[in-house]
Design a protein around this ligand. Structure first.
Ligand code: MIC
Ligand code: SF4
Length: 644
């Protein structure tokens, strides 16, 4: 067996391990972050369970840590009180970014982890099956319920050779994205193997599995070997190590990547799958460089940057920000005098949090060209609609910071940062470790005015009388559907947050959708390929549900978003003939007769377009469980009706 099968089979609860079939797996660990966590915990509370049933559940606060207004602070108080009450470890704001922290302090080879964040596969760097999910799925897992996935096809990525100086893990995953693209990989796990695996340290492996999210795969995973063991030993956790390797090359597909052939790469605006070489941009002026995010904020990454900038000045015309991944990273760099070097070189030191990556701050100027070491460069995600964001390695970012323009790090003497024998371990900002798994039942839950309710779902109607309220193109991300940045503070307040659905894509959506809903009509979203890429935010399903969206008809829907739609009772239809996409216009009146029967049956339905009285066929492939959820009006409604 390969590593993926070994871990999944050891956690199989029910279902056939046949590619594409839905299986239930047992979840050992969960994580949430604040921006998705409040909804996850509101849903957990509504399930009426006395404490978490996992081996470990951690609630991180890392997305909205610097704020104006009471909303985010209210969220933090709520999250902290829930953690205390139900036996969840709470990571205070300022401790660091969930994925980096989880890798450092809690990840264990051979275990399963789901997290309400699409970059949860970072844990694959340490040999876990770590999967991004909607908040409600995490809530179910915290309550001891299984997590459902399609049994994956496993793609083996055989790594050979060794990285040249100045080329690093980010360039590896950008090369994988160049080969496989950011769509069309749904239902697959990318498993890395081969002789070059041993040349990559755990943080580098984690950079690769982290950005596997941008491929759209279920997850990515590395074996657990002596390098993993040394990392865990240096974190004071050698007892958590188990060896894990594929027995042979039993993959559904393989691809070989010779690391020696790689050069510095960049993902060009506005998609992580648009890969270009740094060489073709050398000399092009840049206005802003942001180094950090859960992809590239490890001790290895930031130390490499610090050593490159040491004794030099960043270019006067460029703004450089550094956000370390964790308190451990900041502290170790400070103790080694390297934080001082970064400050001396003219960098802005940002909080160790998501910050710039989610557009919470540091929005660039109009039309700015930016280099970022993060994983997503969707249009407008930085907070500036006109900015052009390129995703690069820390080495490229540092070289370019000195030049004030794209620069090839291979022209510099790039240091090779060794993993320390011992990381500085200080778990002081993790609260409630002593009561983890048990909780303190008498704790009062703190609910400020920004903490809302989860809106109830309604059973699916037999006849859908609707409107194609919006028609969008290919690769519409959940950032397009539900913007983050300045709107993030409404994550716990659905009626308020719903006002911003498709804010930049179709500013009239909210008004049109509410008018349709109030007139008793269902809203239908028409979309192209790869709808719902990117973030796991279930708000991209929950807020549309609140506005009366009952179906999405797309050429293709990405995995996490599709699961979220089902969890909130929205039918994820595909065009039987993708060419029919061209026959629907925004505003068309659409009718589906016998919808409940279609969902309970083979998932095929005929849509009548009243604008020209034509028809077209749609289909959805659902498991029996998913059918029950959709018919009931979503997971919580199904639980209430005893149908889950
Ligand atoms: C992201 O990187 O887009 C986020 C913000 O971390 C999201 C979660 C969210 O929207 O809260 C993700 O990746 O799932
Ligand atoms: Fe945070 Fe960015 Fe990572 Fe999302 S991708 S978890 S916003 S650092």
């Amino acid at each position: 067996m390969n590593v993926t099968e070994k871990i999944l089979r050891a956690h199989l609860v029910s279902g056939n391990p046949v590619a594409g079939e839905e299986v239930a797996i047992r979840i050992d660990q969960t994580l949430t972050q604040d921006a998705t966590g409040t909804m996850a915990y509101l849903q957990f509370e509504s399930m009426d369970i006395d404490r978490v049933k996992t081996e470990l559940s951690v609630s991180y606060v890392d997305h909205n840590t610097v704020q104006i207004g009471f909303e985010n602070a209210d969220d933090h108080d709520y999250l902290q009180s829930v953690a205390k009450r139900y036996g969840i470890v709470y990571s205070k704001p300022g401790n660091g970014i969930c994925h980096q922290l989880h890798l450092e302090r809690f990840g264990k080879p051979g275990k399963t982890l789901i997290g309400s964040d699409s970059h949860t596969p970072t844990g694959g760097g340490i040999g876990m099956i770590a999967i991004g999910a909607g908040g409600i799925d995490v809530a179910v897992a915290m309550g001891g319920g299984a997590y459902y996935i399609a049994w994956p096809k496993v793609v083996g990525i055989r790594l050979t050779g060794a990285l040249p100086s100045g080329v690093s893990a980010k360039d590896v995953i950008l090369a994988v994205l160049r080969r496989f693209g950011s769509k069309g990989n749904v239902g697959k796990v990318f498993e890395y193997y081969g002789p070059a695996v041993a040349t990559l340290d755990v943080p580098s492996r984690a950079t690769i599995t982290n950005m596997g999210a941008e491929l759209g795969v279920t997850t990515s995973v590395f074996p657990s070997d002596e390098v993993t063991r040394a990392f865990l030993r240096a974190q004071g956790r050698e007892a958590d190590w188990v060896p894990l390797a594929a027995d042979d090359e039993t993959y559904d597909e393989t691809w070989e990547l010779d690391l020696s052939t790689l050069e510095p790469l960049a993902a060009a605006p506005h998609n992580p799958g648009n890969i270009e070489t740094v060489a073709e941009h050398v000399g092009q002026r840049v206005q802003q460089i942001m180094i950090g995010s859960c992809t590239n904020s490890s001790y290895r990454d930031i130390k490499t940057v610090a050593l490159l900038l040491k004794g030099r000045q960043v270019h006067p015309d460029v703004e450089v920000g550094i956000a370390c991944g964790s308190k451990q990273v900041v502290r170790m760099l400070a103790d080694e005098g390297l934080l001082g070097e970064l400050i001396a070189s003219g960098c802005r030191i940002l909080e160790n949090a998501c910050g710039f990556c989610i557009g919470a701050h540091m929005s660039p100027s109009t039309n700015a060209v930016c280099l970022r070491t993060s994983n997503r460069n969707f249009e407008g995600r930085s907070g500036t609609q006109s900015a052009k964001v390129y995703l690069v390695s820390p080495e490229t970012a540092a070289a370019s910071a000195l030049a004030g323009a794209f620069a090839d790090p291979r022209t510099l003497d790039v240091p090779s940062v060794e993993m320390p024998q011992a990381f500085t371990v200080d778990d002081g900002m993790f609260l409630y470790r002593d009561t983890a798994g048990v909780g303190i039942p008498e704790t009062a839950i703190v609910r400020g005015p920004n903490i809302g309710q989860v809106p109830p779902g309604k059973p699916l109607p037999e006849r859908l009388e609707g409107v194609a309220t919006v028609k969008v193109g290919d690769k519409i991300t959940t950032d397009h559907i539900m913007p983050a940045g300045s709107r993030l503070k409404y994550r716990s307040n659905i009626p308020e947050y719903a006002k911003y659905v498709f804010e930049h894509t179709d500013p009239k959506f909210y008004a049109n959708a509410t008018a349709n809903r109030d007139a008793g009509k269902a809203n239908v979203i028409i979309a192209g390929e790869s709808y719902g890429q990117g973030s796991s935010r279930e708000h991209a399903a929950l807020c549309p549900m609140y506005l009366g969206v009952r179906a999405v008809i797309a050429k293709g829907i990405e995995r996490i978003h599709r699961a979220n739609l089902i969890n909130f009772g929205i039918v994820p239809f595909a065009f039987v003939d993708p060419a029919d996409y061209d026959r629907v216009s925004q505003g068309d009146a659409l009718v589906i007769e016998g919808l409940r029967g279609a969902i309970a049956g083979d998932g095929r339905a005929t849509v009548r377009n009243l604008s020209d009285n034509s028809t077209f066929d749609v289909k959805t492939d659902l498991s029996e469980r998913q059918k029950r959820l959709i018919l009931a009006g979503g997971l919580l409604a199904a639980v209430a009706q005893g149908q889950a």
